[in-house]
Design a binder for this molecule. Structure first.
Ligand code: ZN
Length: 167
């Protein structure tokens, strides 16, 4: 080592960044137990694609970090349930909430032909008025998109803010 190199080392020494040991957490066995999903959420997610459940949990975990609590209102739908929703605003009272008749045009809430799982979930905010405008719907939608879900808040007909689904 030359004198110049020694000098260089000496001069650079104080500027060396301090190395920190970052502990990388491996996914643990029984990771499902760490979910923020409540027992009711998990019951309502029964029949939904595992990938969808994981993503919903990620969204709810991120929201809980900023003090926002959402819950699952609906996951997998039967054909009958979808038909009843389709009738709403057509042959039954209420506003139209879906364009999917459940047979010709299936909803992503119905079991997919590909894997037999539901691919869509609806969520709402905990509290007295789960669908109030004041809730951070956009934050929810952006987080859902961040984990790779499609958000119904992007749609215009129907504008479906509670809805997320696998792409
Ligand atoms: Zn939905």
């Amino acid at each position: 080592m030359t004198v110049a190199q020694r000098l260089g080392r000496f001069l650079l020494a104080p500027f060396k960044p301090t190395l920190r040991v970052v502990e990388v957490q491996e996914p643990k066995e029984g990771a499902a137990e760490q979910m923020v999903l409540t027992a009711r959420d998990q019951a309502r997610l029964k029949g939904c694609a595992p990938a969808l459940i994981t993503k919903v949990d990620q969204v709810l975990t991120a929201l809980s970090a900023v003090g926002v609590t959402m819950f699952v209102t609906e996951g997998l739908r039967s054909t009958e349930r979808q038909q009843a929703l389709y009738a709403q605003g057509r042959t039954a009272p209420g506003d139209r909430v879906t364009n999917c008749d459940g047979v010709v045009l299936k909803s992503n809430h119905q079991a997919h032909d590909s894997d037999g799982f539901g691919h869509a979930v609806d969520l709402a905010f905990a509290g007295a008025d789960p669908y109030a405008e004041a809730h951070p719907w956009t934050l929810y939608g952006l987080l859902a998109e961040q984990v790779g879900l499609k958000w119904g808040g992007r749609w215009t007909s129907p504008h479906d803010r509670p809805h997320v689904e696998l792409p």
